[in-house]
Write a protein that binds this ligand. Structure first.
Ligand code: AGP
Length: 362
């Protein structure tokens, strides 16, 4: 069953492997035979009446919100802000006239997110919880709910929930954009593009041998590490770094590539691993330049790069997918790097110290 590891040594590896199938399940759950997306009509009406979407979440779910901001804005033409629950509740920004709140929570039980939902509901604002657990607290208390359909996620380090959150938000944004007659939404063939992304995810998952070798070469003894990137690649860097921190205990940071030279580059020493994520043609030369800057200070650099932007040197090559869906594929090497670095360093992948699967206290 879904709750068993089967032949897998750890749930995390099983859950990484389940991501392409989860994408295909999301396609079949949220589209009809003609390929049209199907989303609750009242939810759609409520979103169409809103002037801004606030995504509220913690940890990996927050990172999925960040990675989805651009996709939602492009497809729906509604501005999006992503916020950390624990900050938003007590330091609320000046809200727009017609805010709509989206709570992203794998477990649906996160206390930090719930305190925001309680407040925004009291203020009378509509909300949607996107969760993996039907009937969870956050899904019961929000106005609307959508399911991730990722199957139970057991490993403390979240993997398939992240990619499922991005995919479900894409479904939602496509539905809103189509209803508004937005050209970029109408021309976005969701089942086809998500299907291509699922196949690309399979390609990454089949690179375990290479990725495991690189994880050993780069991370078996280091004290710290950096992931760097720009825009979407920056957001994915944050998620890849969180994965590394929580299970391998390597002090890792996901950093905006251009910002490194404004201070943090002082931490780069001989042998410091710096992993660049590069999927965007416009910013690729800049991030490459930032990698050369750290190399000249002794950094050990590796790139996770889209096929069409690849060069020589140590690299993990990402198959080309629709630009909106790049984070679905570029996050997988980061998940696998964390997994293999943790195995190499001899820790329990599924049960890291100091952490619980869902955080039910503020
Ligand atoms: C992810 O690997 C973490 N264990 C953690 O950051 C998690 O994403 C966060 O606690 C939010 O959980 P939720 O999605 O269940 O609300």
């Amino acid at each position: 069953s879904d709750m068993e590891k089967g032949t897998y040594p750890y749930y995390m590896l099983k859950e990484i492997d389940e991501q392409p199938a989860t994408m295909r399940r999301i396609i079949s759950e949220y589209t009809d035979e003609t390929g049209a997306v199907a989303v609750d009509q009242e939810l759609l009406t409520s979103l169409l009446a809103s002037d801004r979407i606030y995504i509220i979440a913690c940890g990996t779910s927050y990172h999925a919100g960040l990675a989805s901001k651009q996709i939602i804005e492009q497809l729906s033409q509604i501005p999006v802000e992503a916020h950390l629950s624990s900050e938003f509740g007590y330091n609320m920004p000046l809200l727009s006239q017609k805010p709509f709140f989206i709570f992203l929570s794998q477990s649906g039980e996160t206390a930090d997110s719930r305190q925001v939902l309680v407040k925004t509901s009291e203020m009378g604002y509509p909300s949607l919880t996107i969760t993996n657990v039907a009937g969870s607290t956050l899904s019961r208390e929000a106005t609307y709910t959508m399911l991730l359909h990722a199957g139970p996620e057991i490993a403390v380090a979240s993997t398939k929930a992240y990619t499922a959150q991005i995919a479900v938000l894409t479904v939602l944004a496509k539905a809103v954009g189509e209803a508004k007659d937005v050209l970029s939404a109408k021309s976005f063939d969701l089942p086809m593009e998500l299907g291509i992304a699922a196949n690309a995810m399979d390609v990454m998952i089949n690179e375990k041998e290479l990725i495991s070798q690189l994880a050993i070469d780069y991370l078996s003894t280091t004290r710290n590490a950096f992931y760097i990137g720009r825009s979407e690649d920056y957001y994915v860097s944050m998620e890849a770094a969180l994965k590394l921190k929580e299970i391998s205990y390597i002090q890792a940071e996901g950093f905006a590539a251009g910002e490194l030279k404004h201070g943090t580059i002082a931490l780069v020493e001989d042998g410091t691993p710096v992993i660049g994520i590069i999927t965007e043609a416009v910013t690729a030369p800049h991030t490459r330049g930032n990698l050369r800057e750290v190399e000249s200070r002794g950094a050990h650099t590796l790139v996770i790069v889209s096929e069409e932007l690849s060069k020589e040197g140590d690299q993990i090559i990402l198959p080309v997918v629709h630009q909106f869906l790049r984070p679905l594929v570029s996050v997988i090497p980061g998940q696998l790097i964390a997994y293999f670095a943790t195995l190499e360093r001899g820790y329990d992948v599924d049960k890291p110290r100091n952490l619980a699967k869902s955080v039910t206290v503020e």
